[in-house]
Design a protein around this ligand. Structure first.
Ligand code: ATP
Ligand code: MG
Length: 355
């Protein structure tokens, strides 16, 4: 297999963690006799410095010719004087829109070794392994009309969904669920109040008929916010619309414990976009303290969703679990002077996971 991957390392700790993710991809490709070709491209603050714009046309054009895009992070306080539309973050918003991915995947996994890092009790989180599938291009964030009428002190936004928009993201969620162990989808809505949610529920139910091996349940978003914190182990794939998914996937970051551990993937567009959830972390950039695990787990998602290498993705995820179980920590997930823990720099953690 020949896979062409755009490498959009970006700013701050972006290049540091992306380097570890690329090492993982290369190791797997070499072991399996595949060729992964990397196309390094500028985005964010580094692109502003070089070209005066956070998303140079060349970056977008070349990314569109790749099979997958791996992004580090964008953001640099040096550009805070610029208007939001010209700052590094605008590069990320623009490339997401141009690639057009509508299914945002965010796993929330409880690692036994990190149980003490979560404010939730270990007996609640132990074994939790949730995959959020959030609709990313519809709903309240994009609906028209929208306005803030300053003269009348009135503002409005519009929630809109079409059957086609719900169906395409639901199919991705059911496909993913059918390949997981529990084979369960929890579709989250507010069908007791919102017409958009009534449509959502009807379409998801229709799609479920094509997936007889997958169990479907519906939950209302308000009670779901509680269930995720009180019984996270009961969930497998959680499918929801844009706004609810934004809130619930952030909430569920608590299950894992650290921002540095969380991967993400956005599927369904012209090119799949993979990025760790964390930002550029300017406070620790260049210190070697960045946790590369979020980026490494993002590389595992590239293997699973763009290379069809499920077994290899699982191998990487197991290697992360093992490194943690052996007491290896980066600073963000280290706790006090707990005996048996070793604090590692970014590159050391990367090498250990590969070892
Ligand atoms: P951005 O605007 O780029 O999203 P942010 O300040 O909103 O930046 P992050 O950059 O993710 O968010 O940083 C939030 C906090 O989490 C910081 O204190 C940062 O050091 C820490 N952090 C984020 N990612 C990591 C990581 N991979 N390893 C260690 N610490 C991290
Ligand atoms: Mg941020």
């Amino acid at each position: 297999m020949h896979l062409k991957i755009a490498i959009l390392a970006g700013d701050g700790i972006g290049p540091e963690v992306t380097n570890e993710a690329v090492n993982v991809l290369t190791t797997v490709a070499n072991a399996r006799g595949h060729v992964f070709e990397y196309i390094p491209l500028l985005i964010g603050g580094v692109a502003i410095t070089a070209y005066g714009t956070p998303l140079p046309p060349e970056t977008l054009e070349k990314t569109l010719r790749c099979d997958a895009a791996l992004l580090g992070a964008v953001g640099d306080n040096k550009f805070n004087h610029l208007p939001p539309s010209e700052r590094p973050e605008a590069g990320l918003l623009r490339i997401r829109a141009a690639l057009g991915g509508f299914a945002n995947l965010r796993p929330a996994v409880a690692y036994k070794a990190l149980a003490d890092n979560s404010p939730l009790r270990p007996e609640i989180t132990d074994g939790a392994d949730i995959l959020f599938v959030r609709e990313l291009l519809g709903g309240l964030y994009f609906g028209e009309p929208r306005a803030w009428h300053k003269s009348t002190d009135r503002a409005h936004n519009t929630m809109v969904y079409t059957r086609a928009e719900v169906e395409r993201v639901a199919r991705i969620a059911f496909d993913l669920a059918s390949r997981r162990e529990k084979k369960k989808i929890t579709s989250v809505d507010k069908a007791n109040v919102l017409e958009c949610s009534q449509l959502w529920r009807a379409v998801v139910t229709d799609v479920s008929r094509d997936y007889p091996t997958v169990t479907l349940e519906h939950q209302l978003v308000d009670s779901m916010a509680i269930h995720l914190m009180t019984r996270p182990r009961d969930f497998d794939v959680v499918l929801t619309e844009n706004l609810f998914g934004d809130i619930l996937s952030d909430e569920s970051g608590v299950i894992t414990g650290s921002l540095g551990m969380l991967p993400s993937a956005t599927l369904g567009g012209k090119v799949n976009l993979y990025e760790p959830v964390h930002g550029s972390a300017p406070d620790i950039a260049g210190t070697g303290k960045a946790n590369p695990i979020g980026a490494i787990l993002t590389a595992a998602m590239v293997l699973r969703h763009s290379a069809g290498m499920e077994a290899e993705a699982k191998l990487i995820e197991d290697a992360v679990d093992e490194a943690l179980n052996e007491g290896n920590r980066t600073t963000d997930i280290a706790r006090g002077n707990v005996a048996g823990q070793t604090t590692l720099a970014t590159t050391q953690m990367g090498e250990l996971i590969l070892g």
